[in-house]
Design a protein around this ligand. Sequence first.
Ligand SMILES: Nc1ncnc2c1ncn2[C@@H]1O[C@H](COP(=O)(O)OP(=O)(O)OP(=O)(O)O)[C@@H](O)[C@H]1O
Ligand SMILES: [Mg+2]
Length: 351
Amino acid sequence: MFRFFSGVFGGDVGIDLGTANIVVYVKGKGVVLSEPSSVAIRKKPKGGMTEVIAVGSDAKAMAGKTPVGVSTISPLQDGVIANFDMTEELIRYCLTRAGGTSGPLSRPRVVISVPAQVTEVERKAVIDATLGAGAREAYVVEEPIAAALGVGLPIQEPRGSMILDIGGGTSEVAVLSLGGIVVTNSLRTAGNDMDSAIVAMLRQRYALLIGETTAEDVKITIGSALPLEKELEMSVKGRDLADGLPKSDVVSSVEVREALEPIVLKIEDMVKVALEQTPPELAKDIVDQGIILSGGVSLLRGLADRLSRALSTPVIVAEEPMNAVARGVGNILENLDDMKRILLSVDKGVK
Ligand SMILES: Nc1ncnc2c1ncn2[C@@H]1O[C@H](COP(=O)(O)OP(=O)(O)OP(=O)(O)O)[C@@H](O)[C@H]1O
Ligand SMILES: [Mg+2]
């Protein structure tokens, strides 16, 4: 009886717990929420207690601008939990906003994605945080499988598909066939490292000190992975390293591209290694179908073309690449009872 009611009122929830963004899918509704994976906290001076003052976009807007005692943190680093309690806060916030935990009978079943190469301990931490945040049951699915389902790749068929997901903290590539991962490779380097590379470049070239949020803005506004037909420039404001005063410099897309190049090369090499390890029959399918690119960094100008040239394989950017994993998790959710049997990688949470 209880189970019946909780099923009715609970609404199953799918979560893409990303380093940069947390995206939430509610069964029957689709993607309902996408928020930065940020939490702002205030440390009480004496007792040392921590109080959460903002979560998601409100917290991200505070990054680098907080007064003494307040800080913004990213509880996920490189795709895995770095701060357990704050990850739990983040998930709880999402479940509440998504309407999943509004009453005692409404504890939802949650499917949540994790990078393919996480350790058992890291995977268990995700399950525990999800249960701690109010889920009745928690299941995890490997991100590449979710991303592939999310973009509609025929992963259950005996046909090779390659998906490359480049997010904030991780870049992951996987070859899938017959519902499973045949080859996978990953790097704990992605969009965040691109931001850091821009910070370092501006410091070196212009003695200009900027924060990560500004660097991300530069990356999105003028970043690229191939020369542009018309190169871009923008004025970047920050602090002069020499005298500590505010200043602004005009930065070109050529300089930004140079700064991003080592990271793009690393990603390219990671995919090359995966292609080399792919059995020839599946490699042939991949050349026919193309590599599907998902994750926020797939929106970087020229990246798909650049990878396509370097890998001699078509590269196609997924529709709404930042929601691909969440849509795939949702796909699993819509058929959870069947999927539990089909996908070996879906684990039941230890309650
Ligand atoms: N137009 C754009 N050009 C370049 N980068 C972008 C663009 N839009 C978003 N990004 C970057 O994409 C990254 C976020 O992507 P996404 O939401 O897929 O990551 P995530 O899933 O949270 O991280 P991960 O999968 O690594 O845990 C950020 O680094 C962001 O700056
Ligand atoms: Mg991701």
